[in-house]
Design a protein around this ligand. Structure first.
Ligand SMILES: Cc1ncc(COP(=O)(O)O)c(C=O)c1O
Length: 373
């Protein structure tokens, strides 16, 4: 099977992990060990943000960002429903209500017009997600958010290296959160990072990362254990150095798939809007007009051909049992349509020569077999 994504770990990462084990410093009580500090500095430099703070997952980074933004009970947080559940989950963990908004059907990112409509007196934060690695249209979201005193937190879990109007994803909102989960564009196994230009937010998220302790055993705010272990930080530092090459390979693969599949009837190709740079975390096509039954059959057919096609995301968050029971219905037609039609294809740097041709052939065969025109 050509997997949809996989970690690419070399001898350098193995040696980096061994170095930490030999050093005996496996973690540091505030989360600020030697490798974590180096990783933070290098990541902030790469993104072009003033600060970066390591976390032990993208989810913990998002939760800490919301707490630092002061989100709590009775507040509302505007989020897309067409994303990984963590984006909305953290709003609920902070005691707030997620307000789901619809997407742009071409990029699958939150639609700024929908955000404007969803703002209320209770809105405390907006979390735009750079879905699949395409940057969300941030300018209008930041403008209307800031007009209302609302904090904008980028969910950049899938967007390492993506760009919007000359800036990197992660340097756009008040805070931004990255994931280093095993299959992301770069990995530490599990891990996360918050980037920000605000010293105040940087200090707050550092406190939250380790039990709200300013001094040992003296918590000043509510926190958690969200520290990234040193082994992961050392691996992250090596992966960050390789990220530009990983992204180049992803782009090359994406351009090949685009060129070969663009003329296939019935398929909507991914887009890269002017002024944007995709990070190509996922290459997601859409079966125009299809219902999920046909789409799922197509995924099955591709998998029979050893193409690890996958669906991100088959159930929008507002339709998941927990969220539906708590928050009821939402009117999100573009989201619901996309959830029935999206298929992601492998585009990662470890795809071997010949495998891309195989993916193209398998897609063409599968489309033809359903006579999708
Ligand atoms: C869009 C999005 N947000 C948040 C997360 C959560 O990151 P993590 O799995 O590192 O907790 C992920 C990744 O899985 C994601 O894809």
């Amino acid at each position: 099977m050509i997997p949809i994504n996989r970690p690419i770990i070399g001898e350098e990462e193995i040696q980096a992990a061994i170095k930490v084990l030999r050093s005996g410093i496996l973690t540091e009580k505030s989360g600020h060990g030697p490798f974590a500090s180096k990783f933070e500095k290098a990541f902030a430099d790469y993104i072009g943000s003033k600060f970066a703070v390591t976390f032990n997952s993208g989810t913990s980074a998002l939760h800490a960002a919301l707490l630092a933004a002061g989100v709590g009970p009775k507040d509302e947080v505007i989020v897309p429903s067409f994303t990984f559940v963590a984006t909305a989950e953290v709003a609920v963990l902070a005691g707030a209500k997620p307000i789901f908004v619809d997407i742009d059907p071409k990029t699958y990112c939150m639609d700024p017009e929908e955000v404007k409509q969803a703002i209320s007196g209770r809105t405390k934060a907006i979390i735009p997600v750079h879905l699949y690695g395409h940057p969300c249209d941030m300018a209008p979201i930041i403008e209307c958010g800031h007009e209302h005193g609302i904090i904008v937190i980028e969910d950049a879990a899938q967007a390492h290296g993506a760009e919007y109007k000359g800036k990197k994803a992660g340097a756009l909102g008040d805070l931004a959160c990255f994931s280093f989960y095993a299959t992301k564009n770069m990995t530490t196994g599990e891990g996360g990072m918050i980037t920000t230009n605000s010293e105040e937010f940087m200090e707050k998220v550092r406190l939250i990362r380790s039990h709200g302790e300013k001094e040992p055993y003296k918590s000043v705010i509510i926190g958690h254990n969200y520290r990234l272990p040193e082994i992961e930080a050392a691996i992250g530092l090596v992966q960050l150095g390789k990220l530009p090459k990983f992204l180049e390979a992803r782009r090359k693969n994406a351009m090949f798939l685009m060129k070969e599949l663009v003329s296939v009837g019935g398929l909507q190709m991914p887009v890269e809007y002017s002024g944007c740079k995709h990070s190509w975390y996922l290459f997601t096509v859409r079966l125009k007009g299809a219902r999920s039954k046909i789409r799922n059959k197509m995924v099955k057919k591709l998998r029979e051909e050893y193409v690890g096609a996958s669906v991100y995301y088959p159930i929008p968050i507002h339709k998941m049992p927990y969220y539906h029971d708590l928050f009821g219905k939402a009117n999100l037609p573009e989201t619901e349509e996309a959830a029935q039609q999206a298929i992601s294809l492998p585009v990662h740097p470890a795809i071997r020569e010949g495998e891309l041709d195989h993916i193209v052939k398998a897609v063409k065969k599968a489309v033809a077999s359903f006579a999708i025109k």
